[in-house]
Design a binder for this molecule. Structure first.
Ligand code: LMR
Length: 325
């Protein structure tokens, strides 16, 4: 009996000790460490562990190591991971409004995207999934997308009959249907192989993803199309967040804000450096698009806007257009 009591005491002591152990927070994403998102996640770890020394341990899982993008949202809602930063193209199931970011040729450039995200209309989207259990911490940039295939895509008619890998977005599906392409929704982790084996003929992604996942090694041509944006929302499980002590929330919020700023700076500063690495590798040919070509692509894809206007809201589209200067 005495022994049992001692054992219970030891367990209790361990239990109390465990209480003081750092809170483990898993941050999972699908891209490489060198990308804006990869760097933002690592910066978040560094800052959070500094601000909340001994109180939190941030475990970052890049490259779909923990969850691929087919599973990560479910895992977040189940509490198997606490923080994610999915592409804005991956929220269609949870909010129709966020589909706005996939509309082709809506934003002139990443600075316009930045202005819209910072506007009241853009900031409102961060809370749009709270009822579904998703807390939005902030937007994070990657960059403008570039079209690629094994033939030059100078004109929209060049895309006819080609299979394009897309993110799981109905807007992106409509975008490629609009030019006679055959879009296929595939997880990010499957893209390289799908391109290599010819499961798909082409795709679209920003320079940092193209370079770090070597898509340029399995595509013959990449157009400087800048026809749309691929950005992220950093999100957390809303219930988990609400249950955190105020000091932890404060430290994590500060670390999150600073890490997003850092990631955005990487996105602004390094987009062209990633493009240069692709050009220097000399595996795919990077082709410019002239004004006529851009106008033709824009005209072919623009009908997608009205198709989704009902879901997204005209006011929101107008607010986004205002961000172009
Ligand atoms: C993609 O699936 O192409 C992107 O969303 C990957 C990412 O997270 O940048």
């Amino acid at each position: 009996m005495k022994l049992k009591l001692v054992a219970a005491g030891v367990l209790l002591a361990f239990g109390l000790g465990a209480h003081a152990a750092p809170l483990i927070i898993k941050y999972s994403h699908v891209v490489a460490d060198v990308t804006p998102k990869g760097q933002a996640a690592l910066k978040f770890k560094e800052l959070a562990e500094k601000k909340l020394a001994g109180k939190v341990e941030i475990q970052v899982f890049p490259n779909s190591q923990l969850f691929g993008d087919g599973k990560e949202m479910e895992a977040l809602l189940l509490g198997d991971v606490q923080i994610l930063a999915p592409s804005l193209a991956k929220f269609g199931k949870y909010t129709k409004q966020i589909q706005i970011f996939d509309l082709p040729f809506l934003f002139d450039d990443i600075h316009a995207v930045d202005r819209f995200q910072a506007s009241p209309a853009g900031q409102g989207l961060l809370n749009s999934m709270e009822k579904k259990g998703i807390k939005g911490f902030g937007f994070l940039h990657n960059g403008m997308k570039q079209l690629s295939a094994n033939k030059p895509l100078g004109m929209p008619s060049d895309a006819k009959g080609l299979k394009f890998r897309i993110q799981p977005s109905d807007v992106l599906e409509a975008q490629f249907n609009a030019v006679g392409g055959n879009p296929q929704k595939l997880a990010f982790a499957e893209v390289y192989q799908a391109l290599q084996t010819g499961v798909v003929d082409g795709t679209e992604n920003p320079w940092s993803n193209i370079y770090s996942k070597k898509f340029h090694e399995v595509q013959k041509y990449i157009m400087d199309s800048n026809h749309g944006v691929l950005d992220y929302m950093v999100i957390g499980n809303a219930k988990w967040w609400a249950g955190l002590p105020p000091d932890i929330q404060k430290g994590l919020t500060e670390a999150m804000t600073e890490s997003i700023k850092f990631g955005n700076k990487v996105a602004f500063d390094e987009d062209m450096a990633f493009r240069k690495k692709v050009v220097d590798d000399n595996k795919a040919k990077v082709l410019p698009m002239n004004k006529e070509q851009t106008a033709a692509w824009r005209a072919a894809m623009k009908p997608v806007w009205s198709k989704f206007e009902g879901d997204i809201g005209k006011d929101l589209i107008d607010a986004a257009l205002k961000a172009n200067k």
